[in-house]
Design a protein around this ligand. Structure first.
Ligand code: C5P
Length: 248
């Protein structure tokens, strides 16, 4: 794999949305050697646990532990401490938990790093508004007035001011977030679909090339890879498309 492909692969996060370690294991074996991230969400983590995270790390993958913490600051601080000790590369909290909660997550991470200098610093990111949240749900159920994009950008700014590294957002919101928070503030974007593939339940989508060209940093891709006849070939095609727009 040449340098451009290697850099692009480091920015691809594959969503391991599987019910158990055995099923996820088949995919991680098929993709062995590709230096991408694997995203472990609550479905898999609640059955496979820390052992599975260690398995991914031992196979050379980077790990995004997507548990979307949202609780009182003290509890989130403890959660962030435990997650950092697992040696993950990226984890997240809900921006809706507020500044104090996000700062507590950062403090929990710092504490773990100080206690064990062999640990690497993970990226700590905030979930803004889930892409499944419509304006109607946000306005009427959650009680936040206005447009979803305005809340996303406001949450991103709050996350940056709380010391976080970036946010999860739709690929379309990346440019507005970068404009408000600066280029080095990271955007991690699901809702990515290669041209011609099934959109599934994702609505505001971009192709891998478009999402990178829009300035986003990491792309989260699930079903276009996990549901492909040849997942390795699908991942390699996506990486190739991304590589055109990666210049590090
Ligand atoms: O299969 P697909 O590519 O749609 O998977 C996208 C992944 O990103 C899933 O794991 C989903 O939970 C996650 N995600 C999302 N939208 C968000 C936050 C996370 O699709 N706003």
């Amino acid at each position: 794999m040449n340098q451009a492909l290697h850099s692009a692969a480091r920015r691809l996060i594959i969503a391991l949305d599987y019910p158990n370690a055995a099923e996820a294991g088949q995919l991680i074996t098929q993709l062995e050697g590709i230096p991408c991230y694997m995203k472990v969400g609550m479905q898999l983590f609640y059955t496979a646990g820390p052992d599975f995270i260690r398995e991914l790390k031992s196979r050379g993958y980077s790990v995004f532990l997507d548990l979307k913490m949202h609780d009182i600051p003290n509890t989130v601080k403890g959660g962030a401490h435990s997650i950092t000790r697992l040696g993950v590369d990226m984890f997240n909290v809900h921006a809706a938990g507020g500044r104090q909660m996000m700062a507590a997550a950062a403090a929990g991470m710092e504490q773990a790093l100080q206690e064990d200098s062999s640990l690497q610093r993970p990226l700590l990111i905030a979930v803004t508004q889930l892409t499944s949240t419509s304006q109607e749900t946000m306005n009427q159920d959650i009680g936040i007035p206005g447009k979803v994009e305005d809340t996303v950008v406001r949450y991103a700014q709050m996350a940056r001011e709380s010391g976080l590294d970036g946010v999860v957002s739709s690929p379309l919101e990346g440019p507005a977030i970068k404009q408000m928070c600066g280029h080095s503030f990271i955007t991690v974007t699901p809702g990515v679909r290669p041209a011609g593939s099934d959109a599934g339940d994702q609505s505001r989508i971009m192709t891998p090339g478009q999402a990178m060209a829009a300035g986003n940093d990491y792309l989260v891709v699930g079903r276009p890879i996990t549901g492909a006849k040849d997942p390795r070939q699908s991942a390699e095609q996506i990486i190739e498309e991304m590589s055109v727009h990666v210049n590090d």
